[in-house]
Ligand binder design. Sequence first.
Ligand code: OAD
Length: 235
Amino acid sequence: MTATELRLRTFDRIVFFTGAGMSAESGVPTYRGKGGIWREYDFERYACQAAFDRDPDAVWEFHNFRRGLVAACDPNDGHRLIAELEAHRSNTCVITQNIDGLHQLAGSEQVTELHGSLWRCRCDQCGAHHTARENPKAPIHCECGAYWRPDIVWFGDQLESSNLDAAVAAMKACDLFVSVGTSGVVFPAADLPLVAKKNGATLIEINPDVTPISEVYDVCLRGTASAMLATLAGD
Ligand code: OAD
């Protein structure tokens, strides 16, 4: 099958599985490529529970920096195309590894944030969530006495089981799975394409580069998210 033979409108239940490359054209840095977050910042100092326990201010500062980067970015044409498709086809959903909220800003409503959100905090001790887009500038204590922490899946954290369940259910239900801009090296997210494949979906990978799981896909579109999504949409 070639890209020109494939058109999004010929499928009923589409899952967009997105990673940092989805937001790259918006100006949000990816994690592992040139200028990637983990090339410049050591996750053991800024993105794990042990780091937060050791130095909550440094971890908070890192997340303030990341919130600042994302706040300056707008959804790109790819985000908008997915949102428009969802508006016309209720069976479309987004399973994203991104924490930037750009799918929702573009208008997508069926979004599962596998790795959490930059725009939420939570208290692990009492389970409270804080959903304001304006986060406190420094770590603050919850009413129960523990610190709020960013509601993000850090290294070593488990995914929230309801999110993983929702993602697996979407994989089992979809007839088209479109991966956009992920390196496919972070688990368990990287296993999700296999679930969709096992359940008979057609799999498309959109990524300028080959990934470790490219061979799983039926079609690989080598280009940027917005350009390749437009090709698939037939624009
Ligand atoms: P990565 O930085 O690992 O990979 C980004 C992918 O996007 C790469 O394969 C690029 O080739 C591709 N890419 C770059 N520009 C693109 C563009 N314009 N259009 C399409 N693709 C493009 O990011 P993720 O795969 O999202 O987790 O990383 C997965 C997880 O690792 C993240 O959710 C994050 C990180 O640690 C947490 O923080 C919990």
